[in-house]
Design a protein around this ligand. Structure first.
Ligand SMILES: [Zn+2]
Ligand SMILES: [Zn+2]
Length: 255
């Protein structure tokens, strides 16, 4: 088993409730450094943690909402015009990713998209439902219950160096979460609402608690907490993610 260190750069909702940064998790393994999601505030959050944004070799995206991929244009600009690093960058995500990245970039920085970046840029579209190997990690995505345009929103499971990490992405309850979480060291799960809502695009604590025993993971963390969760007077039975939290997967007791 190799060393895998998991850092929560941001675990907030789309609105930055309670000052939490948008979703971005960082993983340092024996191969290098990758991120899971790269929400709009991620460059600020990385800099606040004194982590060089140009040290990331790969970014795996669960879905194409601004709070999960919105800082990609800023990262590309930083790498092109500020950084000396010319290491390759791989961005992987759901089918349709290439078009959405270019569209986002054009909206934010018109006329500045390049086809000849000074660093090799690889955009990989992952077909959900079957594991693929990307830069030495085995990545499985499955469609979940959350609308982010015609491109599928997904949960993601990444195996690396003998460890496994799962993340629900944004979603209402979906049975694929049981498969994604199975035998992971760490599983992060959307928990935006305190109580169930008619709108099913996010999970509530009530639903997560009802299903928590089915998530076969060494450590379950609630993420993407919305105002109702953050302001609830309850003490929760499931651990909350927090910005800046660092977890060594070697210290997690497997499920
Ligand atoms: Zn979100
Ligand atoms: Zn979303």
């Amino acid at each position: 088993m190799g060393s895998v260190i998991f850092t929560i750069v941001g675990c907030g909702d789309a609105m930055g409730s309670a000052g939490r940064f948008n979703t971005c998790f960082l993983v340092d393994d024996d191969i290098g450094r990758f991120a899971i999601d790269f929400g709009a505030s991620s460059l600020v959050a990385l800099n606040a943690l004194d982590i060089a944004p140009d040290s990331i070799d790969a970014i795996f995206l669960t879905h194409l909402h601004g709070d999960h991929f919105g800082a990609l244009p800023n990262l590309l600009l930083m790498r092109e015009y500020v950084s000396d690093a010319v290491r390759p960058l791989t961005i992987a995500g759901p089918p349709g990713l290439q078009t959405r990245i270019v569209g986002l970039f054009d909206a934010m920085f018109p006329g500045m998209w390049k086809t000849d970046w000074k660093f090799p840029l690889h955009i990989v579209e992952i077909e959900p439902g079957a594991p693929v190997e990307i830069l030495g990690r085995v990545v499985l995505t499955q469609p979940v219950t959350h609308y982010a345009g015609p491109e599928p929103s997904t949960a993601i499971r990444i195996e690396t160096c003998g460890h496994a990490i799962g993340f629900s992405g944004d979603t209402g309850w979906n049975e694929v979460l049981v498969e994604i979480a199975k035998r992971t060291d760490l599983f992060l799960c959307d928990c935006f609402d305190r109580h169930d809502k008619p709108f099913e695009g996010h999970l509530s604590y009530d639903t997560l608690l009802r299903n928590a025993d089915r998530l076969e993971t060494g450590r379950l963390l609630m993420t993407h907490l919305g105002p109702e969760m953050l302001n609830a007077p309850d003490s929760f039975e499931i651990e909350q993610a927090k910005d800046g939290m660092v977890i060594s997967l070697a210290e997690v007791t497997p499920a």
